[in-house]
Design a protein around this ligand. Sequence first.
Ligand SMILES: Nc1ncnc2c1ncn2[C@@H]1O[C@H](COP(=O)(O)OP(=O)(O)OP(=O)(O)O)[C@@H](O)[C@H]1O
Ligand SMILES: [Mg+2]
Length: 283
Amino acid sequence: MNRSITATEICKSFGARTVLNGIDLDIQKGEIFGLLGPSGAGKTTLIKILTGQIAQDSGTAAINGNDSRKLSGDDRKRFGITMDNFGVYERLSCYDNLKIIAGIYGVGKAEIMNALRKVGLEEAAKTPAGKLSKGMTVRLKLARAFMSDPDVLFLDEPTSGLDPVSAEEIHRMILAEKQRGKTVFLTTHTMTEAEKLCDNIALLSEGRIVEYGRPCEICRRYDHQRRLRIHLTDGNDIEIPHDKDAADMLSELIISGRAETIHTTEPDLETVFMEITGKELSA
Ligand SMILES: Nc1ncnc2c1ncn2[C@@H]1O[C@H](COP(=O)(O)OP(=O)(O)OP(=O)(O)O)[C@@H](O)[C@H]1O
Ligand SMILES: [Mg+2]
């Protein structure tokens, strides 16, 4: 069985507000899946439902084939989570922060040190968590998610508020987990992050998944203009329709050495999302 995370017709309301209104997901093992959507769209709510932290009103969810509403302790060891509301104990060392959770998972010193090594915090094992930089704090939270060497990782906005270098370090760690065959369920407000990391993404808006697929595939779907942009060696840019008539012009520009770069003009994810929802993704 290659399925890692599934959701069928998940609905969830808080009072009169319907947050999720029929969510279907089918995430394969070894995939990095990105859930995108404006603030308040229900991304964190969906992670909480999938991981059994809250119950859906209707529909079914499962991780590794196990119903999210009936997860055993062993089932829970097979996934790791980082979320904003999972804080760190600032006065405790990195090691002791993990030790608390290690008890729950039934893992020991070797696993704690392994997790710290994986996120590059081995040398900070004795440092109080309150003294860590923002990037290091995120890495400590990741170490906690890594500790039971789970098959599936749920990372809720793991790079939120980080500088580009720290975010890049987190990206490397996420990609390393994928290399090891792990499944990653990620939420992000950063489109470049989604484009770079995710095999598939879903755009969540008004309680529904309004687009799904590979990031570049989705962008191509919204390429209404179908044009080519050519940067010429004289410094000018020209745009021509991307049709059969383009062939002659392109060959002439290439043969005469006047074409420096040639690009298609499909929109980026941010633009696609704006078109679909009329809202900015990062709003
Ligand atoms: N326990 C709760 N009680 C009442 N309303 C809630 C609760 N949890 C979430 N909500 C509401 O559900 C909606 C979705 O919230 P959620 O945190 O899932 O959004 P999100 O997509 O993760 O947003 P963000 O990008 O800001 O993290 C919001 O309107 C929020 O106020
Ligand atoms: Mg959230």
